[in-house]
Ligand binder design. Structure first.
Ligand SMILES: Cc1cc2nc3c(=O)[nH]c(=O)nc-3n(C[C@H](O)[C@H](O)[C@H](O)COP(=O)(O)OP(=O)(O)OC[C@H]3O[C@@H](n4cnc5c(N)ncnc54)[C@H](O)[C@@H]3O)c2cc1C
Length: 422
């Protein structure tokens, strides 16, 4: 694995051979989560494919020339030509493997795979998801001397790690940077002795047998499972969104706002996340147009007041996006006025989408009782419909999704499990 800069790009990437290139940034949790996967894979594939990293902030001109619009972005080259689709955002190890394999002959893939040995480990409790809910459960279980493993597809911290500022978590007089709050929560749990298996792919979850397979070859077993997998951002579903995701459309202000210095952006949404993240984006952007489907903002009053006073923010109420297209360097967002049907085009340098969330249940939901919106139903002790399986935080059916409520759920589940295991 090697770090390069733009002056070395031609020599290192375009000279021929097979190359995977990682454009990363600082203060970018998905970039940090990718780093360990990238390093692991370089050990497996490094004899056949060169693994290169390049710092996007320090090599902006090259990033722009290559149309890299999101951090991290992985590019694949063979004989100086880009091959395979780019990957960006929260990148799975399996997605990278799929692309690397497509660059190699079958025999070579088989020999690389044969180097991986299956493993198995046993714990009292598996916690799936290391956001505030999972981390708190991990802390309480660990302090009760219950052998616990935290498994996360990303790095610990959950949504808090990508929130620029948290002002309502008790115990801090001043607002806390989200990354710092989540770092402290994670270090506290780790220091206690909870085992971490993070930035992994989840291959299989068997809630009945209490077994989780990660990265295809590692089986983790336990007596109890806590699901703390939180939520993911909703997509608008408008044409062009999927194609431009990571190429001008972003869902993470802390990752990407810094690349919009003196540029114009569009934000879709008008709830807490949209309004608070817009405030942050305007530290960089010169102009921000918010597009909201309702006739007033739905964020908390304090955030609304700040946004309305912010001279860089203008709001188009009762409008929805109908399509996203790229025109040269610009993203064109076509919006429709919901009252009149009038359509107009907003031309900007980038688009951020914050329109609510959906529960992260992918591989997990089989046989779990869910509410009509797809969130897990639990009892007062956070038990789900499957014996020995608990759920906490944003992924459960409840009215208020906040750090404090996730932390409270994690506490309750851990204490209930402690009693059961006694
Ligand atoms: C932009 C933004 C700003 C916010 N600001 C505030 C605020 O100021 N104050 C406040 O109180 N709340 C705020 N919230 C809400 C708060 O962040 C959440 O309520 C809280 O993080 C929920 O914690 P959680 O542990 O349930 O889930 P999350 O924080 O979502 O963490 C879930 C974890 O599970 C992992 N995961 C996902 N799928 C899997 C899987 N299949 N297997 C294993 N792991 C998985 C994820 O990688 C993640 O680390 C904000 C949310 C957002 C999005």
């Amino acid at each position: 694995m090697k770090e390069i800069n733009s002056s070395e790009f031609d020599k290192e990437v375009l000279q021929g051979g097979k190359v995977i290139l990682d454009f990363y940034s600082t203060e970018c949790p998905p970039c940090e989560a990718l780093a360990s996967k990238f390093e692991d894979l370089s050990k497996l594939y490094g004899d056949d494919i060169r693994f290169l990293k390049i710092f996007r902030q320090g090599n902006r001109e090259l990033a722009e020339k290559l149309e890299v619009k999101s951090s991290p972005t992985l590019l694949f080259f063979e004989n100086s030509k880009e091959v395979a689709d780019r990957l960006s955002g929260g990148i799975k190890k399996s997605e990278i493997i799929e692309r690397l394999d497509s660059m190699l002959p079958a025999g070579r893939i088989k020999s690389i795979r044969s180097k991986i040995k299956p493993t198995q480990s046993e714990f009292d409790v598996i916690i799936l998801g290391a956001g505030p809910g999972g981390l708190t459960a991990g802390l309480y279980l660990c302090q009760s001397k219950i052998n616990t493993v935290l498994i996360d597809i990303s790095l610990p911290g959950g949504h808090v790690s990508t929130t620029h500022e948290v002002s309502n978590y008790p115990g801090f007089i001043e607002p806390q940077p989200g990354y710092l709050l989540s770092h402290n929560m994670s270090e506290q749990t780790k220091l206690c002795g909870t085992v971490y298996k993070v930035a992994v792919d989840i291959t299989k979850v068997d809630l009945i047998r209490k077994e989780v397979v990660i990265d295809e070859f590692e089986t983790v077993k336990a007596k109890k499972i806590i699901i703390a997998t939180g939520t993911s951002p909703n997509l608008t579903g408008a044409p062009g969104e999927k194609e431009l995701k990571g190429k001008g459309i972003s869902y993470c202000a802390t990752c990407d706002a810094k690349y919009y210095n003196d540029k114009e952006v569009v934000v879709i949404g008008g709830g807490n996340s949209a309004v608070e993240e817009s405030e942050y984006i305007t530290r960089f952007a010169s102009k921000l147009t918010m597009v909201h489907q309702f006739d007033k903002l739905t964020a908390n009053k304090q955030a609304q007041e700040k946004a309305i006073k912010n001279p860089k923010i203008s709001i188009l109420f009762e409008n929805e996006p109908r399509s996203f297209t790229r025109e040269g360097d610009k993203i064109v967002t076509e919006i429709e006025d919901l009252k009149t049907g009038y359509r107009q085009k907003l031309v900007s340098d980038g688009v951020f989408i914050f329109i609510g969330f959906k529960p992260n249940l992918g591989l997990i939901k089989d046989n779990l009782e869910l509410d009509k919106w797809g969130y897990i139903k639990t009892d007062d002790d956070m038990r789900t419909s499957i014996p020995g399986v608990y759920a906490v935080g944003d992924v459960i059916s409840k009215k208020y999704r906040q750090i404090t409520t996730a932390v409270a759920d994690g506490t309750i589940a851990a204490m209930a499990i402690g009693k059961e295991l006694d």
